[in-house]
Write a protein that binds this ligand. Structure first.
Ligand code: ZN
Length: 416
Protein backbone atom coordinates (compact mmCIF):
# COMPACT_ATOMS: atom_id res chain seq x y z
CA UNK A 1 0.00 0.00 0.00
CA UNK A 2 1.32 3.42 -0.96
CA UNK A 3 2.45 5.96 1.62
CA UNK A 4 1.06 9.47 1.15
CA UNK A 5 3.32 11.81 -0.81
CA UNK A 6 5.57 14.16 1.17
CA UNK A 7 3.75 17.20 -0.21
CA UNK A 8 0.41 16.15 1.18
CA UNK A 9 -0.34 18.62 3.99
CA UNK A 10 -3.26 20.00 5.91
CA UNK A 11 -4.35 23.65 5.74
CA UNK A 12 -2.75 25.18 8.83
CA UNK A 13 -4.55 28.52 8.49
CA UNK A 14 -7.95 26.85 8.38
CA UNK A 15 -7.11 24.68 11.40
CA UNK A 16 -5.99 27.74 13.35
CA UNK A 17 -9.12 29.71 12.41
CA UNK A 18 -11.30 26.84 13.65
CA UNK A 19 -9.35 26.63 16.93
CA UNK A 20 -9.88 30.37 17.46
CA UNK A 21 -13.58 30.16 16.58
CA UNK A 22 -14.17 27.27 19.00
CA UNK A 23 -12.33 29.26 21.71
CA UNK A 24 -15.05 31.95 21.47
CA UNK A 25 -17.42 29.48 23.10
CA UNK A 26 -17.16 29.25 26.88
CA UNK A 27 -14.48 31.92 27.23
CA UNK A 28 -12.43 31.96 30.44
CA UNK A 29 -11.53 35.01 32.48
CA UNK A 30 -7.91 35.25 31.32
CA UNK A 31 -7.87 34.48 27.61
CA UNK A 32 -8.45 30.72 27.88
CA UNK A 33 -11.61 28.67 28.15
CA UNK A 34 -14.17 27.47 30.67
CA UNK A 35 -16.12 25.00 28.56
CA UNK A 36 -16.69 22.31 31.17
CA UNK A 37 -18.45 19.12 30.28
CA UNK A 38 -22.27 19.05 30.01
CA UNK A 39 -22.66 22.83 30.42
CA UNK A 40 -24.53 25.06 27.99
CA UNK A 41 -21.16 26.07 26.55
CA UNK A 42 -20.30 22.40 25.95
CA UNK A 43 -23.61 22.02 24.07
CA UNK A 44 -22.81 25.09 21.98
CA UNK A 45 -19.32 23.81 21.17
CA UNK A 46 -20.74 20.43 20.16
CA UNK A 47 -23.29 22.09 17.85
CA UNK A 48 -20.56 24.13 16.14
CA UNK A 49 -18.41 21.00 15.72
CA UNK A 50 -21.38 19.07 14.29
CA UNK A 51 -22.14 21.86 11.80
CA UNK A 52 -18.51 21.79 10.63
CA UNK A 53 -18.58 17.99 10.29
CA UNK A 54 -21.79 18.09 8.28
CA UNK A 55 -20.36 20.81 6.05
CA UNK A 56 -17.43 18.42 5.45
CA UNK A 57 -19.89 15.75 4.29
CA UNK A 58 -19.74 13.60 7.43
CA UNK A 59 -22.68 11.90 9.11
CA UNK A 60 -22.82 12.24 12.91
CA UNK A 61 -23.24 9.30 15.27
CA UNK A 62 -24.01 9.92 18.96
CA UNK A 63 -23.88 7.32 21.72
CA UNK A 64 -25.68 7.30 25.04
CA UNK A 65 -22.67 8.84 26.83
CA UNK A 66 -22.73 11.76 24.38
CA UNK A 67 -19.60 10.62 22.53
CA UNK A 68 -19.70 12.07 18.99
CA UNK A 69 -18.57 10.19 15.87
CA UNK A 70 -18.45 12.06 12.53
CA UNK A 71 -17.90 9.61 9.70
CA UNK A 72 -16.37 10.14 6.26
CA UNK A 73 -17.29 7.02 4.26
CA UNK A 74 -14.70 4.67 2.79
CA UNK A 75 -14.94 2.68 -0.43
CA UNK A 76 -15.17 -0.74 1.26
CA UNK A 77 -18.43 -1.15 3.19
CA UNK A 78 -16.92 -4.08 5.13
CA UNK A 79 -13.81 -2.20 6.33
CA UNK A 80 -13.74 -1.05 9.97
CA UNK A 81 -13.26 2.72 10.41
CA UNK A 82 -10.04 4.45 11.42
CA UNK A 83 -10.80 6.78 14.33
CA UNK A 84 -9.09 9.98 15.39
CA UNK A 85 -10.08 12.53 17.98
CA UNK A 86 -9.84 13.80 21.52
CA UNK A 87 -12.11 16.06 23.62
CA UNK A 88 -13.75 19.49 23.38
CA UNK A 89 -14.42 19.93 27.11
CA UNK A 90 -11.98 22.06 29.13
CA UNK A 91 -10.86 22.68 32.70
CA UNK A 92 -12.65 25.56 34.53
CA UNK A 93 -9.54 27.64 33.85
CA UNK A 94 -8.40 25.72 30.81
CA UNK A 95 -6.58 26.46 27.60
CA UNK A 96 -7.72 26.66 24.01
CA UNK A 97 -5.81 23.60 22.79
CA UNK A 98 -5.90 20.78 25.37
CA UNK A 99 -8.15 18.24 23.65
CA UNK A 100 -9.54 20.74 21.17
CA UNK A 101 -6.50 20.44 18.91
CA UNK A 102 -7.04 16.68 18.67
CA UNK A 103 -10.68 17.06 17.60
CA UNK A 104 -10.27 19.99 15.23
CA UNK A 105 -6.95 18.66 13.89
CA UNK A 106 -8.83 15.46 13.00
CA UNK A 107 -11.59 17.49 11.34
CA UNK A 108 -8.90 19.34 9.37
CA UNK A 109 -7.59 15.97 8.14
CA UNK A 110 -11.07 15.21 6.74
CA UNK A 111 -11.36 18.67 5.19
CA UNK A 112 -7.97 18.18 3.51
CA UNK A 113 -8.98 14.79 2.10
CA UNK A 114 -12.12 16.42 0.71
CA UNK A 115 -10.11 19.27 -0.87
CA UNK A 116 -7.83 16.79 -2.61
CA UNK A 117 -10.60 14.32 -3.35
CA UNK A 118 -8.64 11.50 -1.71
CA UNK A 119 -10.61 8.28 -1.21
CA UNK A 120 -9.80 5.67 1.40
CA UNK A 121 -10.73 2.03 1.72
CA UNK A 122 -11.62 2.37 5.43
CA UNK A 123 -14.09 4.99 6.64
CA UNK A 124 -12.53 7.74 8.77
CA UNK A 125 -14.25 8.93 11.94
CA UNK A 126 -13.63 12.12 13.93
CA UNK A 127 -14.49 11.68 17.61
CA UNK A 128 -15.27 14.02 20.51
CA UNK A 129 -15.15 12.06 23.78
CA UNK A 130 -17.44 13.37 26.55
CA UNK A 131 -15.90 14.55 29.84
CA UNK A 132 -12.21 13.86 29.40
CA UNK A 133 -11.22 16.45 32.00
CA UNK A 134 -13.04 14.96 34.97
CA UNK A 135 -13.19 18.26 36.86
CA UNK A 136 -16.96 18.59 37.00
CA UNK A 137 -17.51 14.81 37.04
CA UNK A 138 -14.67 12.63 38.36
CA UNK A 139 -12.93 10.59 37.12
CA UNK A 140 -11.18 11.94 34.04
CA UNK A 141 -11.65 10.15 30.69
CA UNK A 142 -15.05 9.02 31.92
CA UNK A 143 -16.81 8.31 28.62
CA UNK A 144 -13.88 6.76 26.77
CA UNK A 145 -13.59 4.60 29.90
CA UNK A 146 -17.21 3.46 29.52
CA UNK A 147 -16.58 2.86 25.81
CA UNK A 148 -13.60 0.63 26.68
CA UNK A 149 -15.54 -1.23 29.39
CA UNK A 150 -13.49 0.19 32.27
CA UNK A 151 -16.61 1.69 33.92
CA UNK A 152 -20.27 0.78 33.59
CA UNK A 153 -22.57 3.33 31.98
CA UNK A 154 -24.90 3.20 34.97
CA UNK A 155 -22.09 4.10 37.36
CA UNK A 156 -20.88 6.89 35.06
CA UNK A 157 -24.34 8.43 34.78
CA UNK A 158 -24.71 8.46 38.58
CA UNK A 159 -21.63 10.67 39.05
CA UNK A 160 -22.63 13.97 40.68
CA UNK A 161 -21.07 17.41 40.38
CA UNK A 162 -20.44 19.85 43.26
CA UNK A 163 -24.05 21.05 43.02
CA UNK A 164 -25.43 17.53 43.26
CA UNK A 165 -26.45 17.34 39.58
CA UNK A 166 -26.14 13.91 38.02
CA UNK A 167 -24.10 13.30 34.88
CA UNK A 168 -27.00 11.43 33.24
CA UNK A 169 -29.47 14.25 33.94
CA UNK A 170 -27.13 16.95 32.67
CA UNK A 171 -26.35 15.02 29.49
CA UNK A 172 -30.11 14.84 28.80
CA UNK A 173 -30.63 18.48 29.71
CA UNK A 174 -28.08 19.75 27.18
CA UNK A 175 -29.63 17.49 24.51
CA UNK A 176 -26.61 15.35 23.67
CA UNK A 177 -27.63 11.89 24.84
CA UNK A 178 -27.72 9.62 21.80
CA UNK A 179 -29.34 6.25 21.17
CA UNK A 180 -26.26 4.33 20.12
CA UNK A 181 -25.01 1.76 22.67
CA UNK A 182 -21.65 2.79 24.13
CA UNK A 183 -18.72 0.69 22.94
CA UNK A 184 -20.70 -1.08 20.22
CA UNK A 185 -18.48 0.39 17.50
CA UNK A 186 -15.50 -1.67 16.38
CA UNK A 187 -12.35 0.20 15.43
CA UNK A 188 -9.65 -0.64 12.92
CA UNK A 189 -7.39 1.83 14.76
CA UNK A 190 -7.56 5.03 16.80
CA UNK A 191 -5.20 8.03 16.73
CA UNK A 192 -5.12 10.99 19.12
CA UNK A 193 -3.28 14.25 18.51
CA UNK A 194 -2.71 16.21 21.74
CA UNK A 195 -0.53 18.99 23.09
CA UNK A 196 2.36 17.69 25.20
CA UNK A 197 1.36 19.46 28.46
CA UNK A 198 5.01 19.21 29.42
CA UNK A 199 8.26 21.04 28.56
CA UNK A 200 10.36 18.43 26.74
CA UNK A 201 9.53 19.02 23.05
CA UNK A 202 9.88 22.79 23.24
CA UNK A 203 13.14 22.57 25.23
CA UNK A 204 14.64 20.19 22.66
CA UNK A 205 13.26 22.11 19.67
CA UNK A 206 11.30 19.11 18.34
CA UNK A 207 8.30 19.60 16.06
CA UNK A 208 6.42 16.53 17.26
CA UNK A 209 6.55 13.82 19.91
CA UNK A 210 5.73 10.21 19.07
CA UNK A 211 4.06 8.75 22.15
CA UNK A 212 5.22 5.20 22.81
CA UNK A 213 3.80 4.74 26.31
CA UNK A 214 1.44 6.29 28.82
CA UNK A 215 2.93 6.46 32.26
CA UNK A 216 1.53 4.16 34.93
CA UNK A 217 0.83 5.43 38.41
CA UNK A 218 0.90 3.98 41.91
CA UNK A 219 -0.27 5.71 45.09
CA UNK A 220 0.72 4.14 48.39
CA UNK A 221 -0.51 5.83 51.54
CA UNK A 222 2.00 5.40 54.36
CA UNK A 223 1.11 5.88 58.05
CA UNK A 224 3.98 6.08 60.51
CA UNK A 225 3.15 6.09 64.21
CA UNK A 226 5.50 7.12 67.04
CA UNK A 227 4.66 9.10 70.17
CA UNK A 228 3.65 12.75 70.55
CA UNK A 229 5.84 14.40 73.16
CA UNK A 230 7.20 17.78 74.18
CA UNK A 231 9.89 19.12 71.85
CA UNK A 232 11.73 20.73 74.77
CA UNK A 233 11.61 18.23 77.61
CA UNK A 234 11.88 14.89 75.80
CA UNK A 235 15.53 13.68 75.77
CA UNK A 236 16.82 12.78 72.32
CA UNK A 237 17.28 9.05 73.06
CA UNK A 238 13.66 8.77 74.25
CA UNK A 239 11.95 10.24 71.19
CA UNK A 240 9.71 8.35 68.77
CA UNK A 241 9.66 10.99 66.06
CA UNK A 242 7.31 9.96 63.26
CA UNK A 243 8.22 13.13 61.32
CA UNK A 244 11.88 12.13 61.24
CA UNK A 245 10.88 8.63 60.11
CA UNK A 246 8.93 10.18 57.23
CA UNK A 247 11.91 12.36 56.27
CA UNK A 248 14.08 9.26 55.96
CA UNK A 249 11.41 7.43 53.96
CA UNK A 250 11.05 10.40 51.58
CA UNK A 251 14.81 10.36 51.02
CA UNK A 252 14.44 6.67 50.15
CA UNK A 253 11.55 7.43 47.73
CA UNK A 254 13.83 9.86 45.90
CA UNK A 255 16.67 7.32 45.72
CA UNK A 256 14.33 4.62 44.41
CA UNK A 257 12.99 6.88 41.63
CA UNK A 258 16.51 7.96 40.62
CA UNK A 259 17.59 4.32 40.43
CA UNK A 260 15.14 3.91 37.52
CA UNK A 261 16.11 7.14 35.71
CA UNK A 262 15.22 8.68 33.34
CA UNK A 263 11.57 7.63 33.06
CA UNK A 264 10.57 6.80 36.62
CA UNK A 265 9.55 9.52 39.07
CA UNK A 266 8.59 9.52 42.74
CA UNK A 267 7.55 11.98 45.45
CA UNK A 268 5.05 12.59 48.22
CA UNK A 269 2.77 15.54 47.48
CA UNK A 270 0.26 14.81 50.21
CA UNK A 271 1.54 14.97 53.80
CA UNK A 272 -0.37 15.26 57.08
CA UNK A 273 1.54 15.66 60.32
CA UNK A 274 -0.13 15.11 63.72
CA UNK A 275 -0.72 17.02 65.84
CA UNK A 276 1.09 19.63 63.67
CA UNK A 277 2.03 21.85 66.59
CA UNK A 278 5.28 23.82 66.93
CA UNK A 279 6.20 22.33 70.28
CA UNK A 280 5.08 18.73 69.84
CA UNK A 281 7.23 16.00 68.28
CA UNK A 282 4.97 14.45 65.62
CA UNK A 283 3.41 11.24 66.91
CA UNK A 284 1.87 10.32 63.61
CA UNK A 285 2.34 11.15 59.93
CA UNK A 286 0.24 10.11 56.96
CA UNK A 287 1.59 10.70 53.45
CA UNK A 288 1.02 9.36 49.97
CA UNK A 289 3.93 8.20 47.83
CA UNK A 290 3.31 8.79 44.11
CA UNK A 291 5.45 6.58 41.86
CA UNK A 292 5.15 6.68 38.05
CA UNK A 293 6.81 4.76 35.25
CA UNK A 294 5.94 3.52 31.75
CA UNK A 295 6.96 -0.02 32.82
CA UNK A 296 4.78 -2.10 35.11
CA UNK A 297 7.77 -4.08 36.42
CA UNK A 298 9.44 -0.82 37.49
CA UNK A 299 6.34 0.33 39.36
CA UNK A 300 6.15 -3.02 41.14
CA UNK A 301 9.84 -2.85 42.03
CA UNK A 302 9.45 0.69 43.40
CA UNK A 303 6.45 -0.31 45.53
CA UNK A 304 8.26 -3.36 46.95
CA UNK A 305 11.43 -1.41 47.78
CA UNK A 306 9.39 1.34 49.44
CA UNK A 307 7.70 -1.15 51.75
CA UNK A 308 10.86 -3.09 52.65
CA UNK A 309 12.95 0.06 53.10
CA UNK A 310 10.38 1.99 55.10
CA UNK A 311 9.80 -1.03 57.36
CA UNK A 312 13.54 -1.21 58.08
CA UNK A 313 13.80 2.53 58.78
CA UNK A 314 10.81 2.44 61.14
CA UNK A 315 11.98 -0.74 62.94
CA UNK A 316 15.31 0.89 63.69
CA UNK A 317 13.61 4.00 65.06
CA UNK A 318 11.03 2.15 67.17
CA UNK A 319 8.17 3.42 64.97
CA UNK A 320 5.33 1.41 63.48
CA UNK A 321 4.39 1.71 59.84
CA UNK A 322 1.40 0.71 57.70
CA UNK A 323 0.89 0.79 53.93
CA UNK A 324 -2.32 1.09 51.92
CA UNK A 325 -2.53 1.19 48.13
CA UNK A 326 -5.01 4.01 47.51
CA UNK A 327 -4.86 4.41 43.74
CA UNK A 328 -3.13 3.63 40.52
CA UNK A 329 -3.36 2.51 36.95
CA UNK A 330 -1.15 0.34 34.80
CA UNK A 331 1.18 1.82 32.18
CA UNK A 332 -0.06 1.93 28.59
CA UNK A 333 1.95 0.60 25.67
CA UNK A 334 0.67 1.97 22.37
CA UNK A 335 0.44 -0.14 19.20
CA UNK A 336 3.88 -0.52 17.64
CA UNK A 337 2.67 -0.54 14.03
CA UNK A 338 0.71 2.69 14.46
CA UNK A 339 3.54 4.29 16.44
CA UNK A 340 5.87 3.36 13.59
CA UNK A 341 3.55 5.02 11.08
CA UNK A 342 3.56 8.26 13.08
CA UNK A 343 7.36 8.15 13.23
CA UNK A 344 7.62 7.44 9.48
CA UNK A 345 5.18 10.26 8.75
CA UNK A 346 7.33 12.74 10.71
CA UNK A 347 10.42 11.62 8.75
CA UNK A 348 8.65 11.83 5.40
CA UNK A 349 7.32 15.31 6.16
CA UNK A 350 10.70 16.54 7.40
CA UNK A 351 9.56 17.25 10.96
CA UNK A 352 12.01 16.78 13.81
CA UNK A 353 10.67 14.28 16.32
CA UNK A 354 11.48 12.18 19.35
CA UNK A 355 9.77 9.38 21.19
CA UNK A 356 7.99 10.57 24.29
CA UNK A 357 6.03 9.17 27.20
CA UNK A 358 2.73 10.72 28.15
CA UNK A 359 2.77 11.77 31.78
CA UNK A 360 -0.94 12.59 31.74
CA UNK A 361 -3.96 10.36 31.09
CA UNK A 362 -5.76 10.63 27.73
CA UNK A 363 -8.79 9.06 26.07
CA UNK A 364 -6.38 7.07 23.89
CA UNK A 365 -5.09 5.31 27.04
CA UNK A 366 -8.50 3.68 27.59
CA UNK A 367 -9.25 3.07 23.91
CA UNK A 368 -5.92 1.23 23.69
CA UNK A 369 -7.63 -1.56 25.66
CA UNK A 370 -10.14 -2.22 22.84
CA UNK A 371 -8.36 -1.18 19.62
CA UNK A 372 -4.84 -0.57 18.27
CA UNK A 373 -4.13 3.00 19.36
CA UNK A 374 -1.37 5.63 19.11
CA UNK A 375 -0.78 9.28 19.98
CA UNK A 376 1.20 12.16 18.53
CA UNK A 377 1.98 15.32 20.49
CA UNK A 378 2.95 18.85 19.60
CA UNK A 379 4.92 21.15 21.90
CA UNK A 380 3.30 23.77 24.14
CA UNK A 381 4.94 26.94 25.46
CA UNK A 382 6.76 26.37 28.80
CA UNK A 383 4.96 23.04 29.12
CA UNK A 384 2.00 24.96 30.53
CA UNK A 385 -1.46 23.36 30.42
CA UNK A 386 -4.65 23.24 32.54
CA UNK A 387 -4.10 27.00 32.61
CA UNK A 388 -5.73 29.77 30.59
CA UNK A 389 -2.29 30.89 29.46
CA UNK A 390 -1.74 27.58 27.65
CA UNK A 391 -0.18 28.43 24.26
CA UNK A 392 1.02 26.69 21.11
CA UNK A 393 2.14 28.04 17.74
CA UNK A 394 0.29 27.69 14.46
CA UNK A 395 3.35 25.86 13.09
CA UNK A 396 3.30 23.30 15.92
CA UNK A 397 -0.42 22.66 15.45
CA UNK A 398 0.12 22.25 11.71
CA UNK A 399 3.01 19.81 12.11
CA UNK A 400 1.01 17.64 14.51
CA UNK A 401 -2.01 17.55 12.20
CA UNK A 402 0.19 16.82 9.16
CA UNK A 403 1.67 13.79 10.91
CA UNK A 404 -1.84 12.70 11.93
CA UNK A 405 -3.00 13.04 8.32
CA UNK A 406 -0.22 10.82 6.99
CA UNK A 407 -0.52 8.10 9.63
CA UNK A 408 -4.32 8.00 9.31
CA UNK A 409 -4.12 7.83 5.51
CA UNK A 410 -1.64 4.99 5.60
CA UNK A 411 -3.89 3.11 8.02
CA UNK A 412 -7.13 3.85 6.16
CA UNK A 413 -5.44 2.92 2.85
CA UNK A 414 -5.61 5.39 -0.04
CA UNK A 415 -7.62 4.12 -2.99
CA UNK A 416 -5.72 4.99 -6.16
ZN1 ZN B 1 -6.65 16.68 27.15
Amino acid sequence: MAAPGENLKINGERLWDSLMEMAQIGPGVAGGNNRQTLTDADAEGRALFQSWCEAAGCSMGLDSMGNMFAMRPGTDPEALPVYMGSHLDTQPTGGKYDGVLGVLGALEVVRTLNDLDVKTKHPIVVTNWTNEEGTRYAPAMLSSGVFAGVHTEEWAKDRVDAEGKKFGDELKRIGWEGDEPVGARKMHAMFELHIEQGPILEAEGKDVGIVTHGQGLSWTQVTITGKDSHTGSTPMPMRKNAGLGMAKVLQLVDEIAWSHAPHAVGAAGHIDVYPNSRNVIPGKVVFTVDFRSPELSVIEDMEARLKAGAQEICDEMGLSVEFEKVGGFDPVKFDETLVGRLRDASERLGYSHRDIISGAGHDACWINQVAPTAMVMCPCVDGLSHNEAEEISKEWATAGADVLLHAVLETAEIVE
